[in-house]
Design a protein around this ligand. Structure first.
Ligand SMILES: NC(=O)c1ccc[n+]([C@@H]2O[C@H](COP(=O)([O-])OP(=O)(O)OC[C@H]3O[C@@H](n4cnc5c(N)ncnc54)[C@H](OP(=O)(O)O)[C@@H]3O)[C@@H](O)[C@H]2O)c1
Length: 221
């Protein structure tokens, strides 16, 4: 089905199908995008679109799918969040916030399903940097973001997700480096985390300025 999930009317059509399809096994709330730039300096339409897509479409589609799946007591929902759910980041305020919401939402559903004795599974998939069209759409240069060891293929992420679903794992964080980082970050006192994130933001801003200057020099010969 072709649908723009940032639009309520399109989302409602997909939800209707999810609610009524007797063969539904798995819903993957995967559609998403990132933005660049400070929250108040970027267009409000893009910020709202992100919340519609990551939050409202996830609510609507998950509600429709779970109504169907719980009746048959099988199947599952995978919500594609991000390791960004564990941090806050300058230039990605809404992205981190909506992905954090996705993990909290999934955790709540996990508890309700367990509490109801349901066999339906839910997963918050939290990938790190993954090769896809994501950063092209965003207009971000991959080489300025992280070294090669921090990048995974989409296949690696999907394999980890499916293996996690088989074991009914709530949080799936593909790659040991990301599991280590997220576990360390979540143990930090918030004052320390905020200091690190402030310094990280300054470093990223400097790298972007340097890359822009290098591109300008190249262009001017
Ligand atoms: N790549 C990463 O490093 C990374 C890391 C962590 C988490 N994630 C998450 O992984 C998920 C998948 O992203 P990806 O890496 O595969 O990026 P991608 O290659 O850019 O794919 C994003 C997908 O979302 C769809 N989409 C975007 N806006 C939509 C809308 N309004 N309605 C319907 N579909 C829409 C796109 O459809 P069209 O192609 O038709 O536009 C595309 O199929 C996202 O939720 C992203 O936040 C990605």
């Amino acid at each position: 089905m072709v649908a723009d999930l940032s639009l309520e009317e399109d989302t409602a059509i997909v939800a209707e199908r999810l609610a009524s399809d007797p063969h539904l096994i798995l819903l993957v709330n995967n559609a998403g995008f990132g933005t660049k730039g400070r929250f108040w300096e970027s267009a409000i339409e893009i910020q709202e679109q992100m919340h519609q897509l990551h939050v409202m479409a996830t609510v609507r589609l998950t509600h429709a799918a779970l109504g169907n799946l719980t009746k048959r007591n099988s199947g599952g929902v995978i919500n594609v969040a991000s390791v960004a759910a564990f941090v806050r980041s300058q230039g990605s305020v809404s992205y981190c916030a909506t992905k954090t919401w996705m993990t909290a939402f999934t955790e709540g559903l996990y508890l309700e399903l367990k509490g109801a004795g349901s066999k339906v599974r839910v997963q918050a998939l939290c990938p790190g940097f993954t090769y896809s069209e994501f950063h092209d759409t965003m207009g971000a240069d991959r080489s300025t973001l992280a070294g090669a060891a921090m990048w995974h293929s989409a296949e690696f992420v999907v394999d980890a997700s499916i293996a996690g679903l088989r074991r009914n794992k709530l949080f799936v964080i593909p790659g040991w480096r990301y599991r280590l980082i997220t576990s360390l970050v979540s143990k930090l006192p918030s004052a320390v985390r905020l200091r690190l994130e402030t310094a990280g933001g300054r470093m990223r801003a400097k790298q972007i300025l340097e890359a822009q200057e290098a591109a300008r020099q190249l262009a001017s010969g």
